[in-house]
Design a binder for this molecule. Structure first.
Ligand code: MRU
Length: 365
């Protein structure tokens, strides 16, 4: 495994979210549906297992979804490099989750890398491209962290810096570092005294289950709060800035991220608290003029009506919370208008969330 040295932070064992097992010729991913109670790796050895991992959210987070799909396509090509088989694998992977534009971006990347190649050469090239995407992601996220570090340094006045985040945009959502959490990790490493408010992120609890787990392993002080507590924390002046990730950013700077992000942006604006979005440029969808063009993923209402956890003996349990007869709806993402985003923190620099801000990135990337 290469390129993992930068994933080292905190006191925990060195980890990254996805690794390639050369011996087994398969990818291994941390099964995020088991966290924070069990750290378990899932082996992805067939197209079906890749599709399942993304669809069932064993892996999630826009950059990791893309990279996992890239390995899935590479493995499908190794099995059968014919055009028909590649088309089939690409279609299946693309259908796994609808929001993260990195999925399409990563699949396009692999397709372009092998397009003009003889069938005999496709497998090796596809795997090399997937590995390059993985290694690049580590560097991209490290750069996001460096660029965001400047913002956090400016905000830190010597007292503890209180950062709020939502969902999980840490290294579990990428390969290493993360997007929104990368500046946090780099600030922590630089000796800035900080504390993170982690909103639980109902209904799947990515904040409580993943972000708090990551931060604790890294030794970054954090506190989990109910999603509905975040506005009051801001009113009480307990939050210095909010940083979140994004699954898709429209060409005008509107941001699509985990449901509940918009409410945080509203509360941040009402309390004059900076609201930042951290993203790799692969998350920009140039074909979407605004957030209105981004379809909102609707997920199974069981995610809302059932709770998942472990009992006192550590056994996994699923409990019905909502009445069996109640009607429910489960939108998984929302749109935060560009006007509410203080800045976009990217691997190429910090820019305004606007058409001009994004175009300046396009010129640089
Ligand atoms: O449904 P999820 O858990 O895949 O949603 C993830 C998010 O909303 C993250 O904030 C986003 O992907 C950015 S990850 C760096």
């Amino acid at each position: 495994m290469s390129g993992d040295a930068t994933a080292a932070f905190g006191t925990g064992e060195l980890l990254c979210s996805l690794r390639w097992n050369d011996d087994g010729q398969c990818a291994e991913v941390i099964d995020q549906t088991k966290l924070p109670h069990v750290l378990e790796w899932a082996q992805l050895c067939s197209l079906e297992s890749y599709c399942h991992a993304i669809n069932a959210m064993q892996v999630r987070g826009a950059p990791l979804i893309g990279i996992t799909a890239a390995f899935g396509l590479a493995q499908a090509i190794a099995r059968d490099p014919s055009d028909a088989s590649i088309r089939h694998a690409r279609t299946a992977l693309l259908a796994t989750r609808p929001t993260a534009v990195n999925l399409r971006w990563a699949l396009d990347h692999i397709s372009m890398a092998i397009n003009d190649l003889d069938k005999a050469l496709r497998a090796a090239q596809a795997l090399a491209s997937a590995q390059r995407l993985r290694n690049d992601d580590i560097q991209v996220c490290a750069n996001i962290g460096q660029n965001g570090l400047g913002l956090l340094t400016n905000l830190s006045q010597g007292d503890v810096l209180n950062v709020m985040t939502h969902c999980n945009a840490g290294w579990l959502a990428t390969i290493a570092w993360g997007t929104a959490l990368s500046p946090v990790y780099q600030a922590h490493t630089a000796g800035i005294d900080l504390h993170v408010w982690v909103s639980e992120t109902r209904p799947r609890n990515q904040g409580m289950n993943l972000t708090a787990w990551e931060l604790q392993r890294a030794g970054v002080p954090c506190t989990v709060v109910a999603d509905s507590a975040c506005g009051q924390l801001m009113r009480d002046r307990l939050v210095d800035c909010v940083i979140v990730g994004t699954d898709r950013t429209a060409a005008n700077g509107d941001v699509c991220n985990k449901i509940g992000t918009y409410l945080k942006a509203l509360a941040a604006r009402d309390n004059q608290i900076p609201f930042y979005v951290a993203l790799p440029t692969s998350t920009i969808d140039w074909q979407c003029a605004s957030g209105d063009d981004i379809p909102i993923e609707q997920r199974d209402t069981d995610e809302l009506l059932f709770a998942d956890g472990v009992n006192d003996s550590g056994e996994r349990q699923r409990l019905r919370v909502g009445a069996a007869t109640v009607r429910a709806q489960n939108p998984a993402f929302d749109i935060t208008p560009a006007s509410m985003v203080g800045a976009l923190i990217t691997e190429h620099g910090v820019v305004e969330a606007s058409v001009d801000g994004l175009l300046s990135l396009r010129e640089n990337s």
